[in-house]
Design a protein around this ligand. Sequence first.
Ligand SMILES: Cc1ncc(COP(=O)(O)O)c(C=O)c1O
Length: 372
Amino acid sequence: MTANEQFDQHLQQKLDEKKAAGTLRSLIYATGKIDFSSNDYFGFAQSGLLNSVDASALPSGATGSRSITGNSALAEATEQLIADFHNRQAALIFNTGYMANVGFFSCIASKGDTFISDEYIHASIIDGMRLSYANRLRFKHNDIADLEKKLQSSTGKKIVAVESIYSMDGDEAPLIAIASLCKKYGALLVVDEAHATGVFGDKGDGMVCKYKLEDEVYAVIHTFGKALGLHGAVVTGSGVLRNFLLNQARSFIFTTALPPQHYLLLQKAYELLPTADRNGLAELVKYFRQQVSGLENVSFIDSHSPIQGVLVGDNFKTKALAASLFENGFFVRPIVSPTVPAGKERIRICLHSFNTRGEIDELLQAIKNNCH
Ligand SMILES: Cc1ncc(COP(=O)(O)O)c(C=O)c1O
């Protein structure tokens, strides 16, 4: 056996272990299924509206990183437009939300400083914090008293990281209470709005704007791959922060910039965002909650956002339920441990403004049939 074959065998063994634990991932695709899974909350990605942008005069690629040849007046104007939209001084675009969080969290704190993050924080923030030399503390999910304990025991500059809407549990961080605690302890607050961008706030500007916390929050991350139906992300904050990130964030510096036409698409998506059907989506969430409250023997996560979920509590059973719902015409995916804590494995259900009450009825009926 060659060294390459031996190494493949070693990898296969690890995959077999994952399979035995029910955590093996595989890629699927589907057409003709009812979408209860994507993060395309208003159907922007599917609507064709964004395709109406004329990018024929622009080069197809950025030709370099933003620091070399990939910058343009268009990129900078788009950043300012986004900063203004979210009522912030400045913004810096990253190629993905993952890269924004890894870049930001890896460079913002140094040895002796302390990150304090919610235990359910997104993997991209965990990876960013790990790349820094700062200490890391976790507080219990949405637990203000535990956050205060951690603030009391932390050293150096304190940076608190939360999501405004949690990506797997769909629940909301108590942002006002967290902001006031951060103020009390002189901590910086950083909010990842990935699942709130577009969905919450009068014009879709997010929870920080909704609660008028712009002055209390040091930096806000908005992603473009969800309600905006596009790709990429932005870190918003002060002009000094923007300047610091473009000097220090390695996931910004050492990568080719987004293709120029993407900025036109972003401008278009931001123009459309105030008109997105947030009320329709909120009504649908309300309908879903009413319907599930009457269901016996099935347990749902306690969420009032478009992110919902059926708690199954076992990797294999969760995968089996997802496969059966998929067979029945619904695009839903299983979320198994360790992505969520063991015992809280679930089918994640994402509601969209384009889903109908009838589709929700059919989905819940299929869940009911499978859970008896
Ligand atoms: C809370 C949160 N932050 C960041 C990301 C990463 O964003 P992107 O998909 O643009 O890399 C996600 C996406 O899964 C997310 O849910």
